[in-house]
Ligand binder design. Structure first.
Ligand code: NAP
Length: 314
């Protein structure tokens, strides 16, 4: 009999169906089923589950669960709910997602670098005015986070002629990228930054990392891109810096509350570009293959794939 792997999720029914179909195709030896269809008597036999925004109570019903495979790369909500390390959390690590994110980084860095928000605003008022061009070799793009996503994105920006810096928890040694760690390192990096890209996980240490004081370290007229999680930046502080012109523009893909509420001040702010959390979506094709390989390896060797360190929070 095939072992049951429940898919635990609060996604819309159609999406759940689609995931189960795609996963089942890649794992013919597993019985992938919607959690709502698993009989109570079967709960105790289940060792692993695949999750996408699950209700924690559903996960907790499986008393012998050893690990959960998320189909997302960011798992901060899971980490905050399953702190005690009893259930191992495996997040999606997918080179295709890193590629997509590096493409997003390049797109929005160039959007800011070539002053597209300014030219759009000029067009709205029929203004024909050439603004001063600064070449990439005279600009510095810095990354908060040099992990699976940040490192590849930083290298892509480097290959487009910009000076590149990066900040991480542990010291990195990446050719031609200035790497920093710690509070002092962060301050040093921000002071030389023209465009700041956030690709750092949301943890106790990084929540509201970019507050009024830290944002004021950025070069005057710098811009910011947040691809990570909304609460990395203190929104009111960002708005103050945008209003004063200290920060020229913010491209925001993630927010404290998503979807961003219709009445939110950010929607209409002339110095803000809003994206609906689209910088790097999970790719069905590659993600299902990665999940299938993780599960196949586990069945063969009993080895749980690399899981989240709940003490570090990522
Ligand atoms: P990752 O591989 O875990 O890398 C995280 C990076 O952040 C590492 O370089 C890590 O340092 C650094 N870091 C963590 N805590 C730190 C701290 N307190 N101080 C300094 N540096 C710290 O994560 P990833 O795969 O690159 O993903 C990053 C985030 O992107 C995810 O957590 C998620 O929130 C977000 N994301 C967004 C989207 C989207 O569509 N918008 C899609 C996917 C992911 P070390 O290298 O020293 O460990």
């Amino acid at each position: 009999m095939k072992p049951i792997v429940p898919f635990i999720s609060t996604l819309p029914k159609q999406q759940i169906k689609h995931w189960i179909k795609a996963l089942s195709k890649k794992m013919p030896k597993e019985k992938i089923v919607n959690f709502s269809e698993v009989k109570k008597s079967e709960y105790k036999n289940i060792k692993l589950a695949i999750v996408a925004n699950p209700k924690p109570d559903d996960v907790n019903k499986l008393s012998n669960l050893v690990w959960i495979q998320s189909i997302w790369a960011g798992v901060e909500r899971l980490v905050s709910r399953f702190k005690d390390d009893q259930i191992k959390i495996v997040r999606l690590i997918d080179p295709e997602m890193s590629r997509t994110m590096s493409e997003a980084a390049l797109s929005w860095v160039l959007y800011l670098h070539r002053d597209m928000p300014l030219y759009k605003a000029q067009q709205n008022r029929s203004i024909w005015k050439e603004n001063f061009y600064i070449k990439p070799s005279h600009k510095t793009v810095s990354f908060l986070g040099l992990g699976q996503l940040g490192k590849l994105a930083a290298l892509k920006i480097l290959n487009n002629g910009f000076n590149v810096c990066g900040w991480s928890r542990t010291k990195k040694n990446i050719k031609r990228i200035k790497c920093f760690t710690g509070e002092r390192g962060l301050k040093k990096m921000l002071k030389m930054t023209d465009i700041l890209v956030c690709l750092i996980p949301l943890t106790k240490k990084t929540k509201y990392l970019l507050n009024y004081k830290k944002l004021s370290y950025l070069k005057k007229g710098a811009s910011i891109i947040n691809f990570a999680r909304g609460p990395i930046i203190k929104t009111i502080d960002l708005v103050k810096h945008l209003n004063s012109g200290n920060i020229k523009h913010a491209v925001l893909d993630v927010f404290e509350k998503e979807p961003l509420p219709k009445e939110h001040v950010l929607w209409k702010h002339p110095r803000v570009t809003i994206l609906p959390h689209i910088s790097a979506n999970t790719d069905y094709e590659t993600a299902t293959l990665i999940v299938a390989n993780n599960i196949k390896n586990y069945r063969r060797s009993g080895k749980i794939p690399k899981f989240i360190n709940t003490l570090k929070g990522y």
